[in-house]
Design a protein around this ligand. Structure first.
Ligand SMILES: *Cc1c(COP(=O)(O)O)cnc(C)c1O
Length: 433
């Protein structure tokens, strides 16, 4: 399998090259040349596969011969070595809990897969690779944890100062070793712009082998398909596939779900659930796509004004507005409704949502209320403990910190403060080279 740049002016590359490069030299995102078709017998008999077997089958065509089969099986097994339970909230809505990984957020899967692929590739290459990543919250922790101690890989994380939660900040600033955190005096979009500029800079590319761990990297993006397969595997009524609501920011997750669907996974409909940063829901309404400046909300991992991966969604559907609209509905959920949803769902069903899951829940409920015959799944993308103030205020109940997160609270934050300017980033990176 090769990958082409969505800007269509760069050469096609293998999975290996796409993973190491992150972004194509013409600034385009890489996209698979063909969408693999899943053997219908696999879909029909999905219950008969272990999640490792399934993960291997799904990822193999995307990786091609760039990773030998035995190593790929090991990599996918390590990537998904925690549970992905589908939990019933009520008769119509279930929650696929994606927060049982080491940093309590769904980004663990992409980060773990990518770090292991990059570790595998860097063994065959001289000199170290520098992973540069901007985070609006959860990416940083997942990437830091996924890459910690991986030989030959240095990780530099940019995050917007004061705009991530305390647990998120600890997760990305306390690793040490090969992980450095840059605390940027600006927004997530500023951080993302600085990273994009770095990849284009000739001096930096001469001094360092730079790669990205944002969801634009195919090795982070593609394994997110697995959530949808695990959801379907656990879905009881296979004759009536679920509607799936995805809390969306950069649109990597939902785009991976759409890819799974295009390759043959039965999913009734997709819901793009957004907070007020709703460029895509607005596009679905009007047909005109207008990126905006990001506004801070309580579902902060979705505070993205200009979602990088939406262009992949467009490509997947041949840039056809009608086809896209047919498959995806968009909803905008305010902070107020998000809070109310956390309170209501806890009161009525005893289920604790985090703010991101709550956005998806409200959006799904709106959709289902107009489609009574359907049932759905929300992707619960973060553990509620990552947002204790809001969640505890709404449920009136203390959230227990899972054991895996306990050690964080005794660690010391280490970050480098930086202006939101590419010049500052460049100077700092060159000083590290
Ligand atoms: C990153 C993140 C999202 C948004 O995912 P995208 O793939 O960027 O759309 C949603 N919820 C949580 C908790 C996240 O960390």
């Amino acid at each position: 399998m090769n990958y082409y740049s969505l800007n269509k002016t760069a050469p096609n590359v293998s999975f290996r090259e796409a993973t190491i490069k992150g972004q194509a030299p013409d600034k385009g995102l890489y996209f698979p040349e063909t969408i693999p078709v899943i053997d219908p017998s696999v879909v029909k008999n999905m219950d008969g596969y272990s999640k490792e077997e399934l993960a291997f089958l799904i990822m193999e065509p995307y990786v091609g011969d760039t990773i030998d089969k035995k190593s790929l099986y090991r990599i996918v097994s390590e990537t998904i070595n925690f549970p992905f339970p589908l939990v019933k909230v009520n008769d119509h809505i279930s929650s696929l809990e994606l927060f049982h990984g080491p940093t309590l957020a769904f980004k663990d899967v992409g980060a773990r897969f990518m770090s292991r692929c990059l570790g595998y590739f860097s063994e065959q290459q001289k000199g170290k690779v520098t992973v540069l990543v901007a985070t609006s919250g959860d990416t940083g922790g997942a990437v830091a944890n996924g890459f910690l101690g991986v030989d030959g890989v240095e990780v530099v994380i940019l995050y917007p100062s004061g705009k991530v939660s305390p647990v998120q900040e600890l997760q990305l600033t306390t690793c040490g070793q090969n992980i450095k955190a840059l605390e940027v005096n600006g927004s997530f979009d500023d951080c993302q712009a600085m990273v994009k500029d770095a990849f284009m800079d000739a001096d930096l590319n001469k001094a360092l082998t730079l790669t990205s761990a944002n969801s634009i990297n195919v090795a982070r993006w593609l394994p997110q398909q697995l959530y949808y397969f695990f959801a379907y595997q656990q879905w009881q009524d296979k004759t009536h596939p679920p509607v799936i609501a995805v809390p969306s920011g950069n649109f990597g997750n939902i785009c991976a779900g759409l890819l799974a669907h295009v390759s043959g996974l039965p999913i009734e409909h997709f819901i793009a659930a957004c907070n007020v940063n709703d460029a895509v829901p607005q596009y679905l309404l009007s047909g005109s796509y207008q990126p905006k400046t990001a506004v801070p909300t309580i579902s902060n991992a979705m505070d993205v004004g200009s979602p990088s991966n939406f262009i992949r969604v467009m490509e997947l559907f041949g840039n056809n507005y009608e086809t896209i609209k047919d498959k995806i509905s968009g909803y905008t959920v305010s902070d107020e409704i998000t809070k109310q949803t956390i309170a209501d769902v806890y009161q009525q069903f005893g289920y604790t949502l985090d703010p991101h899951g709550a956005v998806a829940y409200d959006a799904l409920e709106q959709y289902l209320s107009a489609h009574h015959e359907l049932k759905g799944i929300i992707l619960e993308t973060a553990h509620p403990v990552k947002f204790p103030d809001i969640v505890e205020a709404m449920t009136g109940k203390k959230i227990e910190i899972p054991e895996s997160a306990q050690p964080l609270f005794s660690k010391e934050k280490k970050s480098v403060s930086m202006n939101a300017s590419f010049a500052s980033l460049k100077e700092w990176l060159l000083s590290q080279a």
